[in-house]
Write a protein that binds this ligand. Sequence first.
Ligand code: PRT
Ligand code: ZN
Length: 210
Amino acid sequence: MIRLAIQKSGRLSEDSLNLIRECGISFLSSSYKLKTEATNFPLEILFLRDDDIPGYVQDGVADLGIVGQNVLVEAGFPDLEVEKLGFSKCRLSLAILRSEGYNSVADLQGKNIATSYPQILGRYLAGEGVQANLHTISGSVEIAPSIGLADAICDIVSSGSTLLGNGLREVETVFRSEAVLIANQQLTAEKQQLLEQLQFRMQSVRRARR
Ligand code: PRT
Ligand code: ZN
């Protein structure tokens, strides 16, 4: 039996469940249960918050997980990635108030930047030779500039309409992300074999969708 952690409720949930079902794996799921067992594959599914998934897989509480690369890399476990899944594509971008001028990332020198991704942003700014003050906030990052909490933000963007609605404009792409399958690095031989079967099925599903 191999244990897979997926997001309980959020942007990854439906596509994660659909992918497992399209792999030919059947299971019962109800909205209040935190785990379920597949009926035709030795798989147990755990439903967790996405932020907890990388750590659980790193520690072996779960063998496998489905999570966004943004969350995986921010958690500090990029090496757990074993397969790109092609959904939940988004980018982590820097944005400033639309009324502000902007030439290059050097303009952010000494500025206050609000983000939920201090690790990824810190590395990016260091690579650009820019020193800024990062303020870590866990949600509603987009309102920070308009209420005077920060000069800029770094947050997830997909359509861009949330930035627009908050009077912001995207000025730099810091990181590109999609959902990935992750795996513990000390799987037993049996679990490794189950992982390979799952990867094979996931690859077939993606090929069939194209
Ligand atoms: O409760 P839990 O902690 O499990 O969920 P969560 O609220 O932390 O995450 P959730 O469900 O919002 O997102 C899960 C993952 O989906 C993220 O980690 C990303 O990998 C991916 N993803 C894809 C996104 C988006 N697209 C996205 N648009 N995550 C968040 N957003 C936010 C964005 O920050 C903005 O505030 O959605 C808003 C709308 O975006 P626009 O640009 O389309 O307007
Ligand atoms: Zn989360």
